[in-house]
Design a binder for this molecule. Structure first.
Ligand code: 3H9
Length: 706
């Protein structure tokens, strides 16, 4: 018997327990262990019924995702064995009850559905989240789930992958009972009630899938929703095709069809990218050189300086996490304005039904507005979110030093400025760190944590923990102009603008990148974020720009005309009042053409391919420089920052993963061509050259750092 699965007895009920921490994934040995245990229990005359349960914190959370990489790289042929094992479980002549706590996800729910009954703890979740990994259920999920829950629910669950709480699962027919109290005892009792009854096999049930007219209507509705919610993704549509097969084919043929579609998805670049993202989200939490047990500060109270859009959003993050937070502005008027925006944001969430009025009131009560530093001594962390101007930031930090306790963390929300210079305004640079939130700060899931040269390990470890506490993914980066995110983004937007000067239209550049999967094109993003922000930063840094390097011609001129983007009704595009829909503007086009002419730039036809390569490879090349300098810890950190902070499509895996998928040699060769055509801004990153010439990838670079 496999150690991963144990078989015990509670009187006449056999109890099969999965012991594969941390999440009881179906790693090699687990499915085999279940099969063996079921066979033993079936052969044991003293056993009348069987309970299958997870040891530790959860039921089976799915297939072992690490195994997929081995399959696609040809190292193993796993996965194909699941269906016959589940068929044997289902065929067992004695009733089998799955007892679910924690999460029954993916292969976990599929295993539970192959059992004859399912009971669950009140807080359990079930789901088929495979599409979030770019695949579809591959162990009968698309065939058994519609039989239990109907086609509409099954198609929705398989296409979007959202978890379903126990109470809803009961209502849908996915589980049979919720057990309050001891789950195992309740499951054993439930199993005993079923002794003597013929096992109820999911594969035999057809009443919820037999109304073809309704099935078609339900499938069409989910297909429509997929078009809106899952742009560019392959798996959701395939998942619906597989559910459709359940409505048209006998069970075994449906399972075969599912297998075919599953493999199509598994071997796609999309699934490789999305699996990279799954592990990436967890990998970024691991900081080489900072031990897990590094002492951390307990954050009982926070303070935010600056009540603008960013300051307000950051304040909400703390309140959302239940942490009391001081919210400081200079004048009562500014404070009232900032507070009103916070209230409006919460009220909108209440109106959407995603927050109760009571929760909103609780959160508002945690926010203490103030125009003074009086209570700052109580704060364990202060986040500065004032205007992006070095002299102002230094002034604030010099003040903070006087009004805070010595061990307090002093964080700056700067998006580009030198954290060490900010820290130099205090006598405790070890306490200073960058906490770069992305706008809107209460929504975006990423926090770029910028370590200064003196930031202490405790301050870094606490910052990573704070990110988690406020429901963000913290990504630790080094200090340089623009850090990782904005330094790369600068290159991306620069190329987008050069392309305009060379002949592409604003809407063409945006469309190519939108079609690639970006949430928005680079120019539309500028309009959303506000073009004046970059303009101010460019002015601040003008003295640092080396002479003779090509600079975009039009961005400053647009700002000089008062076109700051959506907020002024005009930027790269124009906007009608109250409408965010960008409208191409002949005035901007004329300005671009005029400036290009003055600069002697020959305008030409520009292909989609060139737009894509110029912009994305600009990210990749700068990303490689950043890696080489140690500003980013790993390529996957860059990928996660781009996916979570810049609307980069998860199904491309981030810019570095995308470059790996294209092949670094190909990317490098193209960058060399760009260097010949456009000069030194395209000098290939030495690391990229090295990896490309030695046939390696960014993934190899990351692996070598493990
Ligand atoms: C599938 O089932 C396909 C089927 O149709 C069959 C096809 C043939 N595999 O997230 P955490 C690791 S596809 C391998 O921090 P939490 C994770 O990397 C699968 N490893 O904990 C981490 O490792 P480390 C469908 C896994 O409490 C550690 O476990 N299932 C897996 O915040 C702890 O994870 C899913 O997509 C796995 N399946 O959240 C579920 N799951 O400590 C994916 C986790 O080294 N998993 N690990 O960084 C989750 O959603 C969350 O992990 C879960 C727990 C909610 C379960």
């Amino acid at each position: 018997m496999s150690e991963l699965v144990s078989l015990t007895k509670d009187g006449d009920v056999a109890v099969i327990t999965i012991n594969n921490p941390p999440v009881n994934a179906l790693s090699p040995g687990v499915p085999e262990g279940i099969k063996e245990s079921v066979a033993k229990a079936a052969a044991d005359d003293t056993v009348k019924a069987i309970v299958l349960i997870g040891g530790g914190r959860t039921f089976i959370a799915g297939a072992d995702i690490k195994e997929f990489g081995k399959m696609t790289s040809g190292k193993t042929e796993r996965g194909v064995g699941f269906n016959p094992i589940l068929a044997q479980v289902e065929a067992c002549p004695k009733p089998i009850v799955a007892a679910i706590h924690g999460t029954a996800f993916g292969g976990g729910l599929e295993t539970a559905m192959a059992c004859h009954y399912r009971v669950a703890a009140p807080k359990a979740l079930v789901g088929q989240p495979e599409c979030k990994l770019g695949i579809i259920p591959g162990a009968g999920g698309t065939q058994r789930l519609p039989r239990l829950a109907g086609v509409a629910v099954a198609a929705e669950m398989c296409a979007f992958g959202d978890p379903v709480p126990a109470a809803k699962a009961l209502q849908f027919g996915i589980i049979d009972k919720i057990i309050d109290g001891d789950l195992l005892a309740g499951a054993v009792e439930f199993a005993r009630e079923k002794v003597g009854q013929p096992p109820r096999r999911t594969c035999d049930q057809t009443d919820k899938i037999s109304n073809q007219a309704e099935n078609e209507k339900a499938l069409a509705a989910v297909r429509d929703a997929v078009k809106k919610r899952s742009r560019g993704l392959m798996a959701p549509g395939k998942a619906i095709d597989a559910v459709e097969a359940a409505t048209k084919l006998p069970f075994e043929a449906g399972v075969e069809k599912e297998q075919e579609l599953f493999k199509e998805c598994l071997y796609s670049d999309q699934s490789k990218a999305m699996i990279h993202v799954f592990f990436g989200e967890r990998a970024v939490a691991k900081i080489p050189g900072i031990a897990k047990d590094t002492p951390q500060l307990e954050i009982k109270r926070a303070a935010v300086v600056g009540g603008g859009t960013m300051g307000g959003g950051i304040t909400m993050n703390y309140a959302n996490a239940g942490i009391p937070v001081l919210f400081k502005e200079i004048s009562q008027e500014a404070l009232d304005k900032g507070l009103a925006i916070i209230k409006k944001n919460y009220a909108a969430t209440v109106a959407k039904g995603r927050l109760t009025q009571e929760q909103m009131d609780q959160r508002m009560a945690l926010i203490e507005p103030t125009t003074s530093y009086d209570k700052f001594k109580e704060a364990d962390i202060v986040v500065e979110a004032v205007f992006e101007e070095m002299s102002l930031k230094k002034k604030v930090f010099a003040e903070l030093e006087k009004v805070t306790k010595p061990e307090a963390i002093l964080a700056s929300n700067t998006s580009t400025l030198n954290v060490d210079e900010i820290a130099s305004a205090t006598s405790r640079p070890a306490q200073v760190i960058g906490h770069h939130f992305f706008s809107p700060a209460n929504v975006m899931r990423v926090l770029e944590i910028v370590r200064g040269k003196d930031s202490s390990d405790t301050v870094i470890a606490t910052s990573m923990a704070i990110a988690k506490k406020i429901n963000k993914v913290g990504i630790l980066v080094g200090n340089c102009r623009g850090f990782v995110g904005n330094r790369m983004f600068h290159c991306y937007q620069r190329e987008a603008q050069f392309l305009l000067e060379e002949g592409a239209r604003v809407e063409h550049v945006d469309k190519v990148l939108y079609d690639y999967g970006m949430a928005m094109g680079p120019l539309a993003v500028g309009d959303l974020a506000g073009l004046d922000v970059g303009w101010r930063i460019r002015k601040e840094y003008k003295h640092l720009e080396p002479a003779g390097i090509r600079q975009p011609l039009v961005a400053d001129l647009i700002c000089e005309r008062g076109r700051y983007g959506q907020k002024t009704g005009a930027g790269w595009y124009k906007y009608e009042a109250g409408n965010r829909q960008p409208i191409p503007d002949p005035e901007v086009q004329a300005l671009i053409e005029e400036e290009a002419k003055k600069a002697g730039i020959q305008r030409r036809e520009i292909s989609d391919q060139e737009i894509l390569e110029r912009t994305i490879y600009a990210l990749v090349n700068e990303g490689a420089n950043i890696l080489d300098e140690g500003i980013a810890l790993r390529a996957v950190d860059i990928d996660m920052l781009y996916i979570l902070g810049y609307g980069y499509p998860a199904h491309r895996g981030g810019p570095m993963k995308y470059a790996d998928a294209v092949g670094l040699k190909k990317v490098y060769d193209r960058i060399c061509e760009f260097e010949k055509q456009h000069g030194s801004l395209w000098a290939p990153a030495p690391l990229l050259k090295k990896l490309a010439e030695s046939g390696q990838s960014f993934a190899d670079f990351d692996k070598a750092k493990e």
